[in-house]
Write a protein that binds this ligand. Structure first.
Ligand code: NDP
Length: 509
C-alpha cells in the first residue's frame, strides 16, 4: 500500500478525519486516534479527470464479453481471498470493528463477487423471447447491456461488503466503476482499488477511486457517470438525488433502516441470541441491524431475561476478545446518547447498559419505550435494542410496519406457515425467519429497501440488472401477406385485427 503513510500515534482520540490545507486528509483509527493513511481530496476537476480516464476502460471492459470478464473477476476474487487477513487488519484499524467481524464481511463480499461473475451471462446475455401471436413473423431478442461508468458512493460501516455489493455487480454487468469511499474509511477503499489494479493490470482503469468528503461525492454525481449507486443515510441520499437530477443521472439508493424483530409466542431462546447479535454486532452500526424487538406477552419476560443475561457477557473494546469496537464516527455516539436520553425521559427504562464513554457505548437494552420516541422512530445506529411487549404477533407486525423505513427485519416463530405469512407482510425489502441478517449472505437474493430505506437492488439477478439497460431487438423472419403497419395496407386489414382481438380477449368478463 504505497499510498498509506503510517504516522506516530496521535494524542487526540477524536475519530473525525482531519483535513489540512494541502488538499489531503487523514483517516484515523477510532480506538487510538493513530493515523491510518493520508489521502488526496479530489476536487471537481480531479473527479472529472478520473471519470474521463475510466470511460475508455469501460468500453474496453464491455467489449471483453462475459467469459473474459469472468476470468478477470476470478483473478480479483482470488487476490482478495488470499489477502483476507491483511484487508481485515486494515478494516479493524480504520473502522474499529473486531478482526473476526472484518473477516466475515470480506468472505461475504468475495462470495458475492463469485456469484455475480458466474450469473452475469445467464441473467444479462442475449436471448430470444416469444414474439406473441400478433408478431409471429418476428424473431424477438432481449439483452441487458452495460451502462458505461457507474459511480459508487459508500459508507464506512461495512467498508468492504457494502460498496462491493454495487462494484462487483456493476463490473460483472460489464461496467467500469469509480468508487468514492466514506472519508472515514478511504484506506479500505484505496486497498480495494489497488488490489484490482494489481490483480488485473490489463483493465486497471476499469475500477477508479476518488477520495475526499461529501463535496467529492457531489462532484462524482456531476461528473457524467452513467449511474450513481449510493449507500448511506436517507438525509445524504436526498442530496445525492438532487445533485444527480441536475444531469438526469439515474440513481440507486441503499439507505438506512430501523429494522424490527417479531418474537412470536412459540419462539425459542435462539431468538434472544439472534436479537443480541442483530442489535449489537459492529456496535449496532449495521443498516440491517435489529433496532426494535416486538415480543408477544407469552414470551416477553423469558425473552427479556435471556437477552439481558446474554448482553451482560458482551464487552466493547478494541482488543481481539472484544465483542465489538468503538463507534467509527465520534459524532454517532451523540446520536445514540440523544436517543437514550429521550427514551428515558419519555418513560422508558434501561434494562442494561446505557452508558456512553467517548466512542465506546455499552450494550444497551431499553424497555417500555413509547412508540413515538426517537429510539423507536429514527435510526439509532448504535449497540441498542428496544424491546416492547405486544399482545400477539399481529400487533407486532402492525408496529414493525409503522415506520417510514423498511430495509430488513426478522421473524421468530415455531410455525413455519405463520412465520412465512408474517415475513411476507412485513413492509421491508428483506426478512429473515428464525435468524437475523442472513438474507445478505445469499448472493441470489436481491438486497434493498422500501420507503425511506431507498429503492433499487444490489445482489442477485436484480442487482445485475440494476447496472444494465434492457435492449430489445426484433428481426423480421418473413413478410406477412398483409402488413397492417404500412400505408399500403388494404382497407379492412385493421378490422380483421380487431375481429381477432375480440375473438381472443372479448369473452373475458
Ligand atoms: P452518509 O450518508 O453520511 O454518507 C454516505 C456517503 O455519502 C459517504 O461516502 C459520504 O462521504 C458521502 N456524502 C456525504 N455528503 C454527500 C453529498 N452531498 N453528495 C455526495 N456524497 C456525499 O452515511 P454514513 O457513511 O454515515 O453511513 C451510514 C448510513 O448508511 C446509515 O444510515 C446506514 O443505515 C446506511 N447504510 C445503508 C446500507 C444499505 O445497504 N441500505 C448499508 C450500509 C449503510 P463522507 O463520508 O466523506 O462525508
Amino acid at each position: 500500500m504505497g499510498n498509506l503513510r503510517h504516522m506516530p500515534l496521535s494524542e487526540e482520540l477524536d475519530s473525525s478525519p482531519r483535513r489540512d490545507t494541502a488538499g489531503t486528509f487523514e483517516s484515523t483509527d477510532p480506538a487510538t486516534g493513530a493515523v491510518v493513511g493520508v489521502f488526496p481530496v479530489h476536487d471537481t476537476d480531479a473527479v472529472r479527470a478520473i471519470v474521463a480516464r475510466t470511460r475508455p476502460a469501460a468500453e474496453h471492459w464491455a467489449a471483453l464479453g462475459f467469459a473474459e470478464r469472468g476470468l478477470r473477476l476470478a483473478a480479483y476474487r482470488g487476490h482478495l481471498a488470499r489477502r483476507i487477513d491483511e484487508l481485515a487488519d486494515l478494516v479493524h484499524r480504520e473502522n474499529g470493528k473486531p478482526h473476526d467481524d472484518a473477516v466475515l464481511e470480506i468472505t461475504l463480499a468475495v462470495d458475492h463477487l463469485a456469484w455475480a461473475a458466474a450469473h452475469a451471462r445467464k441473467t444479462l446475455g442475449l436471448r430470444r423471447v416469444r414474439p406473441g401471436l400478433l408478431a409471429a413473423n418476428q424473431a424477438a431478442y432481449l439483452e441487458y447491456q452495460p451502462l458505461g461508468v457507474v459511480g459508487v458512493i459508500g459508507p464506512w460501516n461495512y467498508p468492504v461488503f457494502t460498496p462491493m455489493g454495487s462494484i462487483a455487480y456493476a463490473l460483472a454487468a460489464g461496467n467500469a466503476g469509480v468508487f468514492k469511499p466514506s472519508e472515514f474509511t478511504p484506506a479500505v477503499g484505496a486497498w480495494l482499488a489497488d488490489a484490482w489494479r494489481t490483480a488485473v493490470p490489463d483493465v486497471a482503469d476499469a475500477f477508479g477511486l476518488v477520495t475526499g468528503s461529501g463535496e467529492t461525492g457531489a462532484a462524482l454525481c456531476r461528473a457524467g457517470v452513467d449511474k450513481l449507486a449510493f449507500t448511506g443515510s436517507a438525509a445524504t441520499g436526498r442530496k445525492v438525488m438532487a445533485t444527480c437530477a441536475e444531469t438526469l443521472t439515474p440513481v440507486l439508493m441503499e439507505l438506512g433502516g430501523k429494522d424490527a424483530m417479531i418474537v412470536d409466542d412459540d419462539a425459542d431462546v435462539a431468538a434472544a441470541d439472534a436479537a443480541v447479535w442483530g442489535g449489537m454486532s459492529n456496535a449496532g452500526q449495521t443498516c440491517i441491524g435489529i433496532e426494535r424487538v416486538y415480543a408477544t406477552s407469552a414470551v416477553y419476560d423469558r425473552f427479556v431475561t435471556e437477552v439481558t443475561s446474554r448482553v451482560a457477557d458482551l464487552r466493547p473494546g478494541s482488543d481481539p476478545q472484544a465483542a465489538y469496537g468503538p463507534m467509527t464516527m465520534a459524532g454517532q455516539a451523540d446520536v445514540v446518547r440523544r436517543h437514550l436520553d429521550d427514551a428515558v425521559a419519555a418513560g422508558g427504562s434501561v434494562a442494561t447498559g446505557g452508558t456512553v464513554d467517548g466512542g465506546v457505548i455499552a450494550p444497551t437494552v431499553l424497555l417500555d419505550v413509547p412508540e413515538d420516541s426517537a429510539a423507536v422512530r429514527e435510526e439509532t445506529f448504535g449497540p441498542t435494542l428496544t424491546i416492547t411487549r405486544v399482545a400477539d404477533a399481529e400487533e407486532a407486525l402492525r408496529r414493525a410496519n409503522d415506520s417510514t423505513m423498511g430495509l430488513g427485519g426478522s421473524v421468530f416463530s415455531g410455525s413455519p406457515a405463520r412465520a412465512m405469512s408474517l415475513a411476507r407482510r412485513m413492509r421491508s425489502g428483506m426478512t429473515a425467519i428464525n435468524s437475523v441478517l442472513s438474507f445478505a449472505s445469499v448472493p441470489a437474493l436481491p438486497f434493498g429497501g422500501v420507503g425511506e430505506s431507498g429503492f433499487g437492488r444490489i445482489h442477485g439477478e436484480d442487482g445485475l440488472r440494476e447496472f444494465a439497460r434492457a435492449k430489445a431487438i426484433t428481426r423480421l423472419r418473413f413478410a406477412l401477406p398483409v402488413n397492417p403497419m404500412s400505408f399500403t395496407r388494404p382497407a379492412g386489414a385493421v378490422d380483421a385485427l380487431a375481429r381477432i382481438t375480440r375473438l381472443r380477449h372479448g369473452r373475458r368478463r
